[in-house]
Ligand binder design. Structure first.
Ligand code: PFF
Length: 511
């Protein structure tokens, strides 16, 4: 029998959907990833590949995710299966990759939660680097450690309990409600931080350091890879997560216009975070009578958990600034991780015909155990860095290539998806959409993937031993592929893709 809309929970309004989608997009990626990546990859000149990546791949693939989720009304594996049976495997590939992201992303939220508490008495003292790596994380060598660090494990358990509670409450009562409260809070908190930051002495030098373009960087393929990876991670696209979110959108919903709002809000937040972070670093350099270029530790976890604490200690009113900064990280991270878990739980629920609560519990408990076992140990930081590198530079690029090639060339679904988007939306997608997702994106991404794989194979990563990279780096990709194959092979137990005709009106029009 054809599915009817009443059976699927929906966001209670377009605003609910937009807030949730912005909540997914705006996350740790905007605050701890973007400023450092931009600074390392040409500063002001990075904005060019960044904007090109947003326009040529970010927004077009966001529209593709939305079209698939909204048209086929299911989480990624079933949505792809309804589109074309063999495509289910791609859905599981994306969901397995999301699962990998979730298990380490939770650890960074747990660190932020600890640092929120530490900010009140500036617990890191005079040596924030020694405190973070040594005293707090108790980081050892790249090894497979089984020594659990309780200072990390305890907040990590709290994060997972909170995630489980929200996912078990479902789309409207859980996820939407959290976003409706957290996103406005986050915007206010972050606006306060940025205003404070730009009024600090030396702030302008920090902004000059971020925005002064190094045009030479544009000829470096690594800079372009960084821009595209940042866009994918930041917009949460090609992970199957936006497919799932769109599937809960009402049938009459303006999809492309919402997409533009989400993409614009995410990039604005990202650039605002860059401004806030670099203004603060300008102040720090000013205090040390040096320049921002001379400062160290401007990327990744070190930026937020070592350099920022050092600045907070020097700042008048640093305690409040610090507490708000780490609270903002927690809020931003939490609204993103629940999007991932909703995607994974909904996929499992549909495939195995489970109840919503049962799938939420099963998925969150498995994630929590893996997350604690891998990332709250003394090798957690190194494992996290390695898994992040492979998931975001290899896994997600591969996912986007396979997705665009399958949808456009193998199953030839662009006409039907484009008609779908245009039927429900005011912002119409033209033929250029086909060119972008069918030609430009796959070609560019394939080139970038080869470049990156070659670099990782020949140069390794961060000087970590080869066996370690094989286990945590390439092992991550192997895990995702094997998980996708196994989950696809398991017979479908829930409601199947057969007889799915949710849009008779549209089919009628196309005849
Ligand atoms: N977009 C989030 C961020 O910028 O931190 C991270 C993220 C969320 C990635 C959801 C992937 C995903 F499916």
């Amino acid at each position: 029998m054809a599915e009817t809309t009443t059976e699927r929970e929906t966001w209670s309004s377009s605003t609910g959907f937009i807030l949730a989608a912005v909540g997914s997009a705006v996350g740790l990626g905007n605050i701890w990833r973007f400023p450092g990546v931009a600074y390392e990859s040409g500063g002001g000149a990075f904005l060019i590949p960044y904007l090109i990546a947003l326009l040529t791949a970010g927004i077009p693939i966001l529209f593709l995710d939305y079209a698939i989720g909204h048209r086929y009304r299911a989480a990624a594996p079933l949505a792809y299966r309804r589109m074309a049976k063999p495509a289910e495997a791609l859905g599981w590939f994306q969901i397995a990759l999301s699962f990998v992201i979730a298990v380490y992303y939770a650890a960074v939220i747990a660190w932020s939660l600890s640092y929120f508490v530490f900010a009140f008495d500036l617990r890191w003292g005079d040596d924030p680097a020694g405190f973070f790596v040594g005293e707090y994380l108790r980081t050892g060598d790249p090894e497979v450690s089984t020594t659990i660090v309780s200072a990390v494990a305890i907040p990590l358990v709290l994060v997972w309990v909170a995630v489980l509670a929200i996912i078990a409450l479902g789309v409207t009562k859980g996820v939407q409600r959290v976003n409706v409260i957290f996103i406005p809070l986050l915007v206010v908190a972050f606006a306060g931080l940025v205003i404070r930051a730009v009024t600090l002495p030396g702030a302008m030098d920090g902004l000059n350091a971020l925005f002064t373009p190094d045009w030479g960087a544009l000829t470096d393929p690594g800079v372009w890879i960084a821009a595209y990876s940042q866009i994918f991670f930041s917009l949460s696209i090609a992970f199957g997560i936006m497919v799932t979110y769109a599937s809960y959108q009402r049938r009459k919903a303006n999809m492309t216009s919402s997409g533009l709002v989400v993409a614009f809000a995410n990039s604005s937040f990202e650039i605002l975070a860059g401004i806030g972070v670099f203004a603060t670093l300008g102040f720090f350099a000013h205090q040390q009578a040096t320049t921002v270029d001379e400062l160290e530790g401007l990327t990744g976890p070190i930026l937020s958990f070592v350099t920022f604490p050092a600045v907070i200690s020097e700042m008048p009113g640093g305690t409040i600034f610090g507490a708000v900064f780490f609270a903002a990280l927690v809020l931003a991270g939490f609204t993103s991780i629940i999007s991932i878990l909703l995607g994974v739980a909904a996929s499992v629920q549909e495939k195995f015909g489970l109840g919503q609560k049962a799938s939420a519990i099963a998925v969150c408990v498995v994630c929590a155990i893996i997350s604690i076992a891998l990332f709250s140990t003394t090798s957690g930081l190194i494992a996290l860095d390695t898994v992040d590198q492979w998931a975001n530079n290899v896994g997600i690029v591969l996912s986007a290539i396979v997705m665009t090639v399958l949808v456009v060339w193998v199953f030839r679904k662009v006409p039907v998806l484009r008609a779908h988007l245009n039927r429900v939306s005011t912002f119409k997608v033209g033929r250029s959409w086909w060119v972008l997702i069918g030609v430009l994106a796959p070609l560019l991404l394939t080139y970038m993937l080869f470049e990156r794989v070659q670099t990782l194979v020949t140069e390794g990563y961060e000087g970590y031993p080869g066996w370690y990279l094989n286990l945590f780096g390439w092992g991550t990709i192997a895990f995702v592929v094997v998980a996708a194959a196994i989950l696809t092979a398991i017979p479908w137990r829930g409601r199947d893709s057969e007889d799915f005709h949710p849009w008779p009106e549209l089919e009628e029009e196309q005849r």
